[in-house]
Design a protein around this ligand. Sequence first.
Ligand SMILES: Nc1ncnc2c1ncn2[C@@H]1O[C@H](COP(=O)(O)OP(=O)(O)O)[C@@H](O)[C@H]1O
Ligand SMILES: [Mg+2]
Length: 586
Amino acid sequence: MNNKENTYSFKYFFNNYRNRYLLGVVWLVLVDVLQLVIPWLLGDFTDRLQLKTIQMRGIIYYALIIIGVAILTAIFRYLWRLYIVGTSQLLEKQIRENFYNHLLKLSTNYFNEQKTGDLMAHATNDIKAVRQAMGPGVVMFFDALFLTVATITILLFKIDIRLTLIALIPLPFLAIISTYFSKSIHEKFTAVQEAFSNLTDKVQENFSGIRVIKAFTQEDKEIEKFASANKLNFEKNIDLIKTWGLFHPMIQFITALSFLIVIWYGGTLVIQGIISLGDFVAFNSYLGLLTWPMMAVGFVINLIQRGTASLKRLNKIFAEEEEIYDKNVLDIDSIEGKIEFNNLSFRYNEKEEYVLKNINLEINPGETTGFLGRTGTGKTTIVNLLLRLFNVNDNEILIDGYDINSLSIKLLREEIGIVPQDNFLFSSTIADNIAFFDPVNTDRKEVEKAAKITEIYDDIMEFPNGFDTILGERGVTLSGGQKQRISMARALIKKPKILILDDSFSAVDTQTEEKILNNLRPVMKNRTVILISHRISTLKNTDKIFVLDEGQILERGTHEELIENQQLYYDIFQKQQLEEKIANIN
Ligand SMILES: Nc1ncnc2c1ncn2[C@@H]1O[C@H](COP(=O)(O)OP(=O)(O)O)[C@@H](O)[C@H]1O
Ligand SMILES: [Mg+2]
């Protein structure tokens, strides 16, 4: 990658792999030279046959040369494929790796704005298009260039100028037709792929949502939708077949025109004794060699156009800057866990309203703090900011008295253990999910201990393979509460200085919740804990509770103090008690 401009270019690729490409082109040209030898030999051979100046030994001599040429051609073909097409694969690997690395560095904001499908399309189609331009594109370019120039030169000077000029007239049309058709075929082929992926997406979605479909008796409608997607797929395929079906006959027709000219005019020249029979035979063979390069011109034009467009799209993504990065970080390798917010206001986007307004708070190391508030009041946002998932102004958030912007992202995220609200488990074993932070150095005992603390151990032991049960598509399906408890175990195993549970008990029943909170107490001694919930039962034993509403801290204090205040917290408390009572009656 060109660091200055942060962009890829075809020139950069060539420079980077100059030797491989040079060697590849050398092999390619050697193959072409060998190809040119055969018609020459054929012509010679014919003349000598006609003049009867050849004996049996001579025939063997020609046969051996032809075999030798064939063997060398095979070897050189293998080599250019390895050098040019192989290099383009290497290049694709390199771009893909850089692309992935680049994406992982971008902020979470970027992924909110981009559709995953679009990114996947860039990662597959665009990178492939660049590879094809740098592989097959390069091959065809040099192949066509050399074969065309060499063949025409031979025809002009070895055989006959007039015959050559007349016979070549139809050939440019080959290039024009293949340019048009290869574009059209590519478009239709893309349409086929889209139609098919649309079809499979539809089926996949329907099978995952089969219970909803059945519950709402939508089977017939879904069958209809499937039939129309299937029909579309069929039609796109037929479209493609029609285009292919036209392409080949047209090429053959134009090639035939050339041969027609040669038979008519070339034949006349032979009869008039202007060229020999051998020349005539050689001419026909050379003409046959020209068909492919003419078609290749069209293919190359399209490959390069597509490659250029794809490169442009990729470069645009590569130009995306990291939003959050370390700058002048302090040399600190651990934290105590003190958190301060200094009149912090925050909005996700300059066009949007403030999500957090004038937040002032202080959490001491070792304290357990609760955040209470309705959905959308900014609780999760506070957590995002503590993890530096979004940028804040200097000195708005302090950790251990240091500005959060002066702490390295790595340190911060290592020292904070978070159970995100939208918890996510990977399709690997339960043990690997729990030991996600450091799978290699975490032994099974620690995993089990964490599972016991979060009251998920017994559930796991009931699964067929215990901790080695694989989660995901064909594995065990977990309930929401089980997922939350596994996520909690995952955060605990990091032994974080700051533990954040963002609405982590929403799918856990209150009794289990109480057990987990009790189990946590000894473990979290000397660690800062933040509990986020809309349930007062989760928070009532914490050292301090912040009540948030519409991005502001409305109230703060212990459970008892807040009850005494008789404001929002008290209202919510009363409401939830009432709900509990009703639930108990039922
Ligand atoms: N990544 C984001 N980009 C833009 N707006 C967001 C983003 N995340 C949350 N918000 C908005 O910020 C507000 C607070 O959200 P959040 O912090 O998730 O609330 P809570 O966790 O209290 O339910 C909501 O209005 C939400 O729509
Ligand atoms: Mg939230």
